[in-house]
Design a protein around this ligand. Structure first.
Ligand code: GDP
Length: 442
């Protein structure tokens, strides 16, 4: 996401660095590159223009031109400006104290509304809030069944009426049912079209007027670039939007549309969708996004991801083992099995500062094969060997290698690396790095 933008900005800043004092002339060259990269990243022209006006004014100030590290000052200015146009932060669903909160999702067909219904339900369930889904997309033949499938997967009730052709009525009946069953949130999955048309807008306006939802969210497909911006404008004119959810920000590089959609609608970006699974919905954080744009990385997001896959108790046990030097090859294997999930290593690398370039390498078959081999080698060892690999002699090394289908040298290398790693882990845990890592995860 935002790859071309961050690459462009990085080269812009590189061209500014190392030149000693800046002149207004070469600062303008750098700013020109920033502008081109934003346009390439699919940020719409008027937004880039606005953005550049603000940044240029600040970048040409005396303080920046005279500073010793002007490129760092420019990074800071661009970063702050990105945060300011991406903000404010508001990923609250603004749940009411009394009665169900009605959330209406709208957007073009295929934007990810139905999937997002599932993702929001999962989020609410994690907070012990009872949701109910209402199938108000009566246009797309399979939409009702799709919502029922999601409901069954997540164990969330779905309200639908097979023969009712009036979406307003279906929503009203669904809300009555939700009230009767004590659901705290009702999510209306409304119809979309392939392109915006008056009939669709009329239908949504009728639901909006008669049902009076508490929150109306526009779901936009982040992969469609300028189309996303145009449709956002049309929905924003027709409805009183409360927020935007941008989906599919896991796949495409030109995520700059997010900046434009924010600019066009003026409402907060609530969440971003980063995958097809129900847990792939992240509260939107402008700082994280701005940092990603600048390739400074988002360590907090990486730490959160790690936090999600290793539970608290397990982590504390591992940290204690590392600190005391009791960390075994078996523990090492356990950690590898956790992070060796498809896509996760690459994702984590992509979030680290300057590590974006290694992302593809970590996703490669070679890397996955290496991890599999290491896990296989550890599996071929006895428990005593896993606890203390120093006891592995030449004879055992050959046997283990044979069992795992690798060279004997691979086993010696693994043992050597593990022995080297242990004291490093121990000192890291002992010098408070563990505590700092803990703080970062919070
Ligand atoms: P709707 O027509 O607006 O209800 O769209 P759907 O919810 O049916 O989604 C259309 C397609 O987009 C489906 O294949 C979803 O799996 C996919 N999708 C939805 N959200 C995301 C996302 O955040 N990332 C990715 N990669 N795919 C998504």
């Amino acid at each position: 996401m935002f790859d071309s933008l961050s690459e462009g900005l990085q080269s812009a800043f590189k061209s500014l660095s190392g030149k000693g004092k800046l002149s207004e002339g070469n600062m303008r060259d750098g700013l020109e590159i920033v502008k081109t990269s934003m346009l390439e990243a699919d940020v719409s022209y008027s937004v880039v223009q606005d953005f550049m006006d603000h940044v240029t004014e600040k970048a040409l100030g005396k303080r920046v031109l005279l500073s010793l590290r002007p490129h760092e000052e420019l990074v800071r200015i661009v970063h702050d400006e990105l945060i300011s146009i991406l903000g404010p932060v508001d990923s609250s669903l603004h749940l009411k104290q009394e009665g169900p909160t009605i959330i209406m999702l709208c957007g073009l067909q295929g934007s990810g509304k139905t999937t997002t219904c599932g993702k929001l339900s999962q989020l609410l369930k994690e907070e012990n809030v009872k949701p109910m889904l209402v199938a108000a997309d009566l246009q797309r033949p399979a939409a009702i069944e799709q919502l029922h499938v999601i409901g069954r997967q997540l164990d969330v009730p779905v309200y639908s009426e097979a023969d009712n052709k009036n979406p307003v009525k279906v929503c009203q009946n669904g809300i009555a049912k939700a009230k009767a069953e004590g659901a705290r949130v009702v999510i209306l999955d409304t119809a979309g079209r392939l392109a915006i048309d008056e009939e669709l807008m009329g239908e949504l306006q009728r639901i909006d007027k008669k049902v009076a939802p508490d929150q109306v969210y526009l779901v936009v497909d982040g992969m469609t670039g300028q189309d996303a911006v145009n449709s956002a404008g049309a929905f924003n004119d027709a409805l009183e939007l409360n927020g935007v959810i941008m989906t599919k920000l896991d796949g495409d590089a030109r995520g700059g549309a997010l900046l434009s959609v924010k600019h066009v609608t003026g409402v907060p970006v609530k969440f971003i969708g980063t995958g097809e699974h129900f847990d792939a919905l992240e509260p939107f954080r402008p700082e994280g996004m701005a940092s990603r744009i600048l390739q400074m990385g988002d360590i907090v997001a990486a730490a959160r991801e790690a936090h999600r896959i290793v539970d608290e108790k397990e982590r504390e046990e591992l940290e204690a083992k590392m600190a005391s030097g009791d960390f075994t090859l078996d523990d090492f294997k356990g950690m590898m099995e956790k992070v060796a999930k498809p896509g996760l290593m690459g994702k984590m690398m992509g979030l680290m500062p300057g590590m974006g370039q290694f992302k593809d390498m970590m996703e490669s078959d070679e890397a996955a094969g290496g991890i599999r081999q290491t896990i296989g080698a550890i599996n071929s060892m006895t428990m005593a060997e896993r606890r203390n690999p120093k006891v592995i002699d030449v004879h055992r090394r050959t046997r283990i290698a044979k069992g795992a289908g690798v060279q004997a040298s691979t086993i010696s290398q693994l043992v050597k690396q593990f022995e080297q790693m242990k004291p490093i882990m121990q000192s890291m845990m002992g010098t408070g790095v563990g505590d700092r890592m803990k703080m970062m995860r919070q």
